[in-house]
Design a protein around this ligand. Sequence first.
Ligand code: 3VV
Length: 245
Amino acid sequence: MIRSCLKASRTFISHCPVALSHDAVSQPVLVRRGLSMGLWPFSASPRDFSLPNASWNAEMRQVYDHYTALCEVKTEDSEETGPWHKLPSYNRSLKHAAGGVYLSKLIQSKARLFTRNKKEYGAAFEYVIFMNKQEKRCVCAFQAGHLLEGPPGHVHGGAIATMIDTVTGTLAGYLVGPVMTANLNINYRSPIPLGGVVLIHSALDRLEGKKIFVNCRVTSTDESKLHTEATALFISVNMGHLFGM
Ligand SMILES: CCCCCCCC/C=C\CCCCCCCC(=O)SCCNC(=O)CCNC(=O)[C@H](O)C(C)(C)COP(=O)(O)OP(=O)(O)OC[C@H]1O[C@@H](n2cnc3c(N)ncnc32)[C@H](O)[C@@H]1OP(=O)(O)O
């Protein structure tokens, strides 16, 4: 399993050339028009937020175990593992984002990925994404913590949108490299209980030049109940797009 997860992270990282943890050890630095980044920007031990922790309930563990087992399946004709890979998940995507008029040193040093900005286990977004590159789809197990309340006892629609953006964006990024969300359409069909676990299924619809069309469904873990449906459009971008280059 460790080997397949390492392989998955390498594949993902190769699509996200500057993805890393904020704890990353400084390495030789490339400085180009205000954007500086480590040439090998990965920490030896970044915290992977998508591993099981004490806040995960039994349902979350069950889904994790189910898909982890699929990651370990060997194909018939080779020693390679099957098409499923668990993606690691860190709390920072860029270590140094020195460009940008509004980006102070303080903001740079404190910036964190929105869904991974709580150190407290179980308080907000607990999730793990499993990718199936062959089928161009992924599944995310999402356990919504107490800080994500919208309607009493249920998950905030913005938190659901955040997760849909994250999962569809991760799929698009995994398949084609850096992307930004251009359009997100969401239909909320039934509320998600706070503390509950849902599956977020996402699949590629089609590629049209720079445009990546992705669909998404949020369901109960047994898939009998539909909570949310969405479509998303991502546009491939150069990293320079984020720094006015
Ligand atoms: C760079 C990423 C780094 C990755 C690092 C990896 C770490 C991984 C870690 C963790 C994973 C977490 C994953 C989270 C994912 C979340 C992602 C977000 O939330 S992104 C924030 C919200 N989005 C914005 O702020 C965009 C703002 N908009 C823009 O920047 C531009 O408008 C942009 C890039 C979307 C398009 O700009 P143009 O100049 O590149 O492209 P044009 O020429 O305008 O459009 C290209 C084609 O797309 C159509 N298009 C553009 N926008 C459209 C729209 N809204 N609806 C329909 N079509 C649209 C156009 O009509 C055109 O189509 P025709 O080629 O002519 O057929």
